[in-house]
Design a protein around this ligand. Structure first.
Ligand code: UT7
Length: 319
């Protein structure tokens, strides 16, 4: 049976930086509080006019280059994002227009911070089914556009960026398993306030989050998700080489690593420099680990994410 594997990774961070010290000047917070409670020191912010698809294109081209493949060969594009350029066309289609590989299916998946894991799972299934031979999977977000810069509960957390992987068929499995979950009964704990049919608010629509409640549920669900991934593959915790987690909060990452009995030097951590980039956070961390040489071919990686909805999931990957 055909399986899929990661052929190349890429990422992009906008040049603009928003540091904790910048935030101290705007609101009632401190660098020390943000670092201690979240692990974040700075986040990248899009330039005026720079969009989610612009960042997705940079990340996608970097993944294609890393894999030594041409854009025209791509036969499926899936973009995880909750901050699309437009309501339609979707970001996948807009990215396809930029890459010029016209005709193949292209879509975007809105699953908040789990968007990349959802997109990866879908692309893996297309390849397993023989429907795709070269799939571009992207997570890209302009979360700064949805963040109320007067709300210290969210403004300290979110940043912008994009990450991508190119998936292709392989005899030996690269994507060993993916598990996706959602629980739509907690809308009030984490959401963006406006939308097309619910209506936009004239004063603006922003992310609203009950941080400490979300924190507890995230730790619990991610703990279950990593157990589920290992059990499904009949693997013990010691089999893992790297944890590549969603970068929401260093304390959530530490709790998941502890659950796995992994020391933090086996966890790819980018939260200090990237903040929470939602769908982009896992592929960004993956690309950082690949490019700095820590993640090597043959390593066993556990990717996980948790986000608004709630949505959460994992991917167990032989890189
Ligand atoms: O990626 C999607 C999923 N999202 C997440 O996983 C985010 C999960 N949540 C979090 O990361 C954390 O809950 C936050 C970083 C958002 C907040 O940290 P916390 O440790 O849960 O703080 P808290 O909301 O319980 O607030 C503790 C105290 C409060 O003061 P009092 O009532 O104890 O006097 C807050 O008013 O900290 C205060 N506080 C702040 N102080 C300085 C809250 N935000 C700030 C701030 N600066 N930015």
């Amino acid at each position: 049976m055909t399986r899929s594997r990661i052929l190349g990774t890429g990422s992009y961070l906008p040049a603009g930086l928003l540091t904790n010290f910048d935030l101290e000047k705007r609101m009632d917070t401190t660098d020390a509080w943000i670092r201690e409670r979240t692990g974040i020191e700075r986040r990248h912010i899009v330039a005026p006019g720079e969009t989610t698809v612009d960042m997705a294109e940079h990340a996608a081209r970097a993944a294609l280059t890393a894999a030594g493949r041409a854009a025209r060969e791509v036969d499926l594009i899936i973009v995880g994002t909750c901050t699309p350029d437009l309501i339609f066309p979707n970001c996948g289609v807009m990215l396809q227009g930029r890459l010029g590989n016209l005709g193949c299916p292209a879509l975007s998946v809105e699953a908040a911070c789990s968007g990349f894991i959802y997109a990866l799972s879908l692309a893996d299934k297309f390849i397993r089914a023989g429907e795709s031979k070269l799939a571009l999977v992207v997570g890209a977000e302009s979360l700064s556009k949805l963040t109320n810069m007067n709300d210290r509960g969210t403004a300290i957390l979110f940043g912008d960026g994009a990450g991508a992987v190119l998936l292709g068929p392989a005899a030996e499995p690269g994507i060993l398993s993916t598990h996706l979950h959602a629980d739509g009964s907690h809308l009030e704990l984490l959401r963006c306030t406006g939308g097309v049919s619910a209506g936009f608010h004239p004063e603006g629509d922003y992310i609203k989050m009950a941080g400490s409640e979300v924190f507890k549920i995230a730790v619990n669900m991610l703990g279950r998700a990593v157990d589920e991934a290992l059990e499904a593959n009949q693997l013990g915790r010691e089999a893992l080489t790297w944890l590549v987690p969603h970068q929401a909060n260093i304390r959530i990452i530490q709790a998941t690593a502890k659950k796995l009995g992994m020391s933090m030097d086996r966890v790819i951590v980018t939260v200090a420099d990237h903040g929470n980039t939602s769908s982009a956070s896992v592929p960004l961390a993956l690309d950082v680990g690949v490019r700095d040489g820590r993640i090597k071919r043959g390593d066993l990686l556990l990717l996980e994410a948790f986000g608004g909805g709630f949505t959460w999931g994992s991917a167990l990957v032989r890189y």
